[in-house]
Design a protein around this ligand. Sequence first.
Ligand code: ADP
Length: 274
Amino acid sequence: MFPPCLPVYFFAFPMNERSLQTALAHLNIGGLRYFDSIGSTNDEALAWAADGARDFSIVAADEQTRGRGRLNRKWFTPKGSAIAMSLILRPAADLRPHLARTVGWAALAIVKACAELGLAARIKWPNDILLDAKKIAGVLVEAVWSGDDIDALVIGVGINVRKESVPPAAALQFPAASLEDALGKEPPAREEFLARVLDAFIHWRARLRTDELIQAWNEALAFRGEQIQIHAGDETPSAGEALGVETDGSLRVRHADGKIVLVRVGDVSLRPRA
Ligand code: ADP
């Protein structure tokens, strides 16, 4: 008689502190805090950063119960299927003039990790990563201030790895998918993919000041040359053609009357025009 069929992934893909430490062993991380369940990894990282966390310290969790997107929107991280990670950075003086590029840097790290799996990801400016025009990851950058200076940056990353991580369509304004959906087969273990993302963070950190980063950001930009709607806070959405990313990470947009405006990285959200 055959043994009963057990859900293989349950055994093959448990993530815990030790498996994470093993996967990240080759990286020179500042510290690691791992949680089976947490409210928000960014909240924990902000508190840790204010309490002296070292550069490149990591907060990771299997599940988030109060994960945040921009403008206090919810980010879903159900257990066992997604990556919820916040990276604490203490930017060196030479990087400080370029911190407006941080969201692009983080997005490009995820794009590079996807490319290593053979997946061509696009960046829905400023902070979402798409595969096949569906959102598979989001980035939330927050800062710890010391007077007028940035003391630390917290880069929160949520990545849908397994199918089970994708929220129900009714909960979303933009279609979502997972790495598993895009690959059409078993995705890598979450620790393994996270290690790739962190390797790519280091790759792009060395290039944060360069034109290469802006060029890569533009090459990966979703909806480039297309009509888009820009939602900025509670203001009435405006429409225009997405032209490209500027050196400070702003999005250049051409309105219907021909006027060109720069939309700064801030509390804006962007969707293809209906
Ligand atoms: P926006 O899509 O407007 O840029 P955010 O980047 O802040 O907004 O992301 C938050 C939004 O993402 C939520 O309002 C929700 O619609 C959607 N969302 C939440 N969790 C997930 C997830 N795991 N995968 C894909 N989309 C999600």
